[in-house]
Structures are given as C-alpha cells and as structure tokens.
Write a protein that binds this ligand. Structure first.
Ligand code: 3HC
Length: 679
C-alpha cells in the first residue's frame, strides 16, 4: 500500500500532506505516516516549522470509523497527537473542508490553526454515540473555554471558520485558494516564538468559576439529548477538563470513550451512519448514470403538503411554480410559506434577504399550461386514485417530454398512477413527510417502469434539498406507513384488552419515540376523515368525535389538555373504551409493559421482513433509515431492523408466537439460521 502521508520541504518549513481519499480518515496508515513525518521534521535541523495539511476535498474528517470494533493497531491517535504537540518546532494545521472528530483533534494538538473561510470544524463523535477519544474533550475547553466547547462536544454540530476564529479555535483565516502558501508563511512567522501547547491552556476557568453553565446547558438541551448516553458523558468530560490536571482528564476521557464505544448505543449509531450512506445507493443504477437537469419544479396543491414540498426547492434556490384550482387557495398557501420563512428568520436561521430570495423564486398559477417547461412536477392533491390519475393525465398532455412526473402519494399504487400517462418511465413517487419542509425523510417510490436516470436524478435532488432518501417499491404504504399499520392495529387491540391507552403511549415514550400512537392521534386530529354524523358511531374514533373530542386542537381527544397543552388521561375516554370492549365481548386483563412493547414493535419487524422478502426495500438498513428519519424511531437503537438484531431474531419470533401474531417465512428462516438482518 502506498503511504498516504508525504512530505515536502519549502525552505525551512516541512509540509506534511495527507492524501487518503475520500475524506482523509485517520486510519492506521495515516496515523503511522503522520508519526514518521513529525519525527522526520524534528530530526532534521534544517526544518524550523511544520505544516500539516490534506489533499483532496477535506482536512481529516475523523478517525476511520470502519476500524471501530476491530482490534486496534498502533500507533494510536492520542500517541500521534501527543508527539505533534510535544514538538519544539511550531506545528500549524492548515484546514479546508471539514476538520471533524479526530481531524479536529489533530488541529487541536497542533500549536496553531489556520483555515480557509469555507472550512468547518467540529467534534461530531456524539452523533456516533461517542465522545472525542484523542483528548478533544480536554484540549478544546482549555483552548476556548467550557461554555464554547460544550455545544461542540455534546451536540456535535460543526462550526464555521469565522465562528472558530471568534472563539479562539482558529488563529487566522487565510485565502480560500491559497491555503498551502498562506499556511507556510504563517508557520514561518512563528519560528523562534515560544511554543503554545493547547494541553497547557487555561481558558476553561469559566466552567470552574461558574459551574452552573453545565446544568444550564443540560436544561437547555434536555429534549435533544433525551435517551442518549454520549451527551452526558461529553458534558462530564468537559467539566472535568476544568477540574483535573490534563493527564488525569485525558485518562477520564479514555474511560468514558471506551465505555461508550463498547455499548449498544454507539454500535447502533455507527450502524446508522453507514445505513444513511448506503441508502443513497441504488443497487442496479450505476453511480455515473447521467442525470436529468432540474432547473424548475412544479407543485400541484398549495395546502400544507404542497407548500412544504415547494419550500424545499425554494430554499435550495430552485424556482417553483405552484398550481391550484382557486386563487384563494393559492393566496393562502403563499401566505403560509412566507410566514414559515419569516418565522425561521425571526429565530435567526435565515436572513431577510434569504427570505426574499426564496420567495422571489416562487410563482403561482391556475393553469396547467404554466407547468409546461418544468423539469419535475410533484402532485400533492387529495389521496384518491381517480383524482391522481386525472392530474397525471393532464400533466402528460402539457408538461414537456423528458420531464419527471412525481406523486406525493403515501399509500397508492404508483404503477396505476403511471398508466394515466404515456411516459410511465418518467413517473415515480416522491413521498414527503409532514411538515415537508422540516422532516428529513423522502421515500422515493420506484414504479415498475421508472427509468434509472429518473431514479438517479431524484436521489441526487433529494440530497440537494437536504433530505435523506430511501428507495421503496410499490406496495400499500411503501416502507414507513406499511410498517406503521401493524403497530397501530396492536395499539388498538391492546386498549380493548385492558391496557390503558396512556400506558401504550408511555411504553413508546420510554423506548425513545417522541410520542405514542394516541398522542399522535390527538396531534393529527381525531376527526380527520370523520363523516360528521354523531348518530353513526361504530368505532372508538367516531365515538370520540361524537363526544366532541377532536384532539389537541379543541383541548380534548384521547387526553384532556390544558392551555399549555399539558395532557392528562380522560375518564370519559376510558369509559368509552370500556364500553366498546364490553360490546365486542373482549375480556379485560392486566397487560404488562413488556407485552405492550413486544406487541407494538415485533409485528413491525415482521412487516419489515416481508418488505425485504418482497424486494420493496433494497436492504434492511434502508428500513432503519426510514423509521429513524420519518417516524421518530430512536436513533440510539439503530432502527427497527438493527434493534431486532440486538434483541435476537429468535426472540422476536418466539415473542410473536407467544401472542398468536403472524411470523413470515423470511423472518422465521433467518431466526432459524441464526442470522441477522444487518450483516
Ligand atoms: N471513517 C470512515 N469512512 C468515512 C468517514 C470516517 N470518519 N467519514 C466518511 N466516510 C466515508 C463514507 O462512509 C462514504 O463512504 P462511501 O462513499 O463508501 O459511502 C465516504 O467516506 C464519503 O462520505 P459522505 O458520503 O458522507 O461524504 P460527504 O461529502 O457528504 O460528507 C463528511 C463528508 C462531512 C466528512 C461526512 O462523511 C462525515 O460527517 N463523516 C463523519 C465525520 C465523523 O463523524 N468524524 C468523527 C469520527 S469519530 C472520531 O473521530 C473519534 C476520535 O475522537 C477518536
């Protein structure tokens, strides 16, 4: 194997260059190369300063995650970094792209950091269920203070070069196109000056002087961190950086890191990291498939869904034309979009100019002909096959040939929709999740005739608009909603058999979902699809509506709500449920939380297995990506299929059998062979 690290002399400066595509991960060869290069620089009297930089698209983007869980091969990253920091010749990190995780730690071990304006720097280990393991939790607070370090270590979002400069993480911003030369000049300017070692810094006095910042941080970010182990460990490590001598702090960091690395949460989150990237790949569509340029998008329907969908493209700078039947509907829809953007601006996440730029790309129409020059049209009309077919028939006659026609259907047969056109190869489903401008998930529904370039284009576009896309086959409810059905069925059955509905919700909350099925029903509105005839009551939902219990919107649904939307279980609802159960003759019994959990979740795994068996998902990990991004499945369990692997498929099968629930042959076969869904 060729050495990914090379060195070049520029007068009295030694430039150490890493070239380890695609992201300069700090694998064993890189670590060994860095160690040798530093030793070479120290041994050579003609070298007075050292620059470390990377070729390719980025500075080191972190430890090599593929090495995690395997026996370590030296030198370790901490060893290499200690050698860098110990150098008595100034060492400068020259940062472009993303200096993440171990990459940020390399930069912290250097004596100085320069960066191009577009660079991003961060410690995202927490997103892998970890904390930095090469002294990042100890060096960063010493350099920038605990308050600035906390969000970086415990939330893990990277910061811009200018922000890094403002907190003292970067010493100088250099030219976007002259990093190599500017870094050398900077290093040369430091020759002969006293060496500043980050591990000897003292900026963290803020955390010692005001220990309340740790609790305040916890309180402010509690919701984001709920259920995750790593953020608490991260906060603890940063706190200790202020209290312990450096060498002891590093020891403590290692302990916490090792605990997390060997735990189930990090395994699940590392699985997810690769799952999200695998989902990007379509097995039989080559990566170099030519794409269809998308310069203009049409959206049919200016309601909540259509408006949300349009915002995705507007935010990405792609012009959108929205079509509606009535001018009032258009005006209302445009008003909502503007308001959403203005709210985002109020929260400081958009500038007024960006709002106007997005709105400036929006046009509206009542005429199909105005969609003629769109490259992609997405319909978000009423979920009814006849209506959808009529829309697609019209689109087929007016929209230019070669354009993609997409349906936002959440259940319907995309192949049948495609028959309304003369170009089924250009038809596919783009299933957005509500609110469509916020939710990350996009199910790309592949019809029987959808062309490879249409699929590849949709996949690429999804990335451009910030979505996590997963390809699904045509089946009722695709991947996500199809798996939701058996869970809902069990939730309904459980409350008829004697489980309290709030216990059903609690079980899912405890598992890590943001809400349970009955809270969800209250949020969405119990009266959705209600026939509005209080005298006709055949289902529990109808009974709730007849009793004026429409959900959160009128303060009572399954739960009673106060003005601050705090919920309490309702005796009235409990009585209604008991009445229904009595009418149907369902015997009542105590139901344990374990039974509730297993009956809610195991049938989903079984459905997921059928989806795989039928080829409706390309891989088990795609199902995990759907459920984590679209339905709030807790990331730290890795998604339903990874979670099933950790439970053991044989246990899932015996659980389903215990409750008399169906087990498909695919799941049974895997369980019998002792296999897992994921690897
Ligand atoms: N290790 C191994 N492989 C990695 C990697 C890493 N740290 N980071 C990215 N890759 C791989 C990806 O799996 C992908 O492989 P594929 O092409 O075979 O699917 C390829 O590199 C390209 O990655 P992306 O598709 O994600 O490329 P983007 O350009 O969209 O994003 C990135 C680049 C922002 C660097 C993104 O890859 C990323 O966020 N990487 C992870 C960063 C990270 O978490 N670093 C911390 C690691 S843990 C650590 O450092 C511990 C330390 O404290 C000891």
């Amino acid at each position: 194997m060729t050495n990914p690290i090379s060195t070049v002399h520029d007068g009295d400066v030694l430039v150490v260059v890493s070239n380890n595509p695609p992201v300069n991960a700090l694998g064993q060869a890189v670590r060994a190369g860095l160690q040798d290069a530093i030793a070479q620089g120290l041994a050579d009297d003609s070298v007075k300063a050292i620059v470390i930089r990377c070729d390719g698209r980025t500075f080191f983007a972190g430890a090599d995650i593929t090495e995690f869980g395997k026996p370590p091969v030296g030198p370790s990253l901490p060893e290499v970094l200690d050698a860098i920091e110990a150098s008595d010749k100034p060492v400068v990190a020259a940062i472009h792209g993303t200096a993440l995780g171990g990459g940020c730690e390399v930069a912290l071990a250097c004596h100085y950091r320069v960066a191009v304006p577009s660079a991003k720097i961060g410690l995202p280990e927490v997103k892998l269920g970890l904390i930095p393991g090469a002294a990042g939790t100890q060096r960063l607070p010493r350099l920038v203070g605990a308050e600035a370090a906390l969000p970086m270590v415990a939330i893990g979002n990277p910061i811009s070069a200018s922000k890094a400069k403002s907190i003292g993480l970067v010493d100088e911003i250099v030219g976007e196109d002259s990093l190599a030369a500017d870094a050398i000049a900077f290093a040369r300017g430091k020759i002969g000056q006293p060496i500043r070692r980050t591990s000897e810094g003292t900026a963290n006095q803020d955390g010692v002087k005001n220990p309340a910042i740790f609790d305040e941080f916890r309180a402010k970010n509690g919701r984001k961190m709920r259920g995750f182990d790593a953020p608490n460990a991260a906060i603890e490590a940063v706190r200790l950086a202020g209290e312990l001598p450096y060498s002891e702090g590093v020891k403590k960091e290692r302990e916490l890191f090792t605990q997390l690395m060997t735990g189930t949460q990090s395994a699940a989150m590392r699985h997810y990291f690769f799952a999200e990237r695998a989902a990007n790949k379509i097995d039989d569509v080559p990566a170099d498939t030519p794409l269809i340029p998308i310069a203009k998008v049409g959206v049919i329907g200016a309601g909540t869904m259509g408006g949300g969908i349009a915002m995705n493209f507007l935010s990405a700078g792609i012009p959108v034309t929205i079509l509606e039947m009535q001018q009032e509907a258009l005006d209302r829809g445009v008003g909502v979009i503007r308001k959403n953007y203005e709210n985002t601006a109020k929260r400081g996440r958009m500038t007024a100019e960006q709002v106007e730029a997005a709105m400036g790309n929006l046009s509206t129409t009542l005429q199909y002909n105005d969609l003629a020059d769109c490259d992609l049209v997405i319909e978000a009309v009423y979920e009814n096959m006849d209506v959808k077919k009529e829309v697609f028939g019209k689109l087929d006659t007016v929209v230019k040939q070669g354009a993609i026609l997409a349906s936002n259907t959440s259940y319907l047969d995309v192949n049948e929709i495609a028959t309304a056109t003369t170009r089924p190869g250009y038809v596919l489903g783009l299933h957005f999740f509500s609110p469509a401008n916020v939710m990350k998930l996009l199910e790309i529904v592949r019809g029987a005739e959808t062309r490879p370039d249409v699929l590849a284009t949709a996949m690429k576009l999804s990335k451009k608009i910030g979505k996590v896309a997963v390809v699904a086959g045509v089946c009722h409810g695709f991947i996500g909603n199809r798996m939701l059905s058996p869970r809902q069925e069990q939730a309904n059955a459980l409350i008829m058999e004697g489980a309290n509905y709030w216990e059903v919700d609690e079980v899912l909350l405890d598992f890590g979902f943001p809400m349970g099925p009955f809270q969800m029903a209250d949020l969405a509105g119990i009266d959705i699809g209600w026939h509005r005839d209080p005298s006709k009551v055949t289902t529990l939902r109808e009974a709730l509506c007849a009793a004026g219990r429409f959900g959160q919107k009128n303060g009572k649904g399954f739960y009673d709500y106060d003005e601050s939307r705090n919920r309490t279980p309702s005796d009235e609802v409990r009585a209604l449920i008991a009445e229904f159960a009595a009418k149907s003759g369902t015997p009542q019994r105590e139901i344990s939380k374990d039974e509730i959990k297993e009956r809610l979740l195991y049938p989903m795994v079984n459905e997921g297995a059928m989806i795989l068996d039928e080829g409706m998902a390309q891989r088990a990990s795609d199902i995990d990506v759907v459920w984590i991004n679209g339905y709030g499945w807790p990331l730290y369990t890795g998604g339903p299929m990874f979670w099933a692997d950790t439970v053991g498929l044989a246990n899932v099968v015996s659980g389903l059998e215990k409750y008399g629930l169906p087990v498909c042959d695919y799941l049974r076969g895997k369980a019998e062979r002792g296999e897992r869904f994921n690897g």
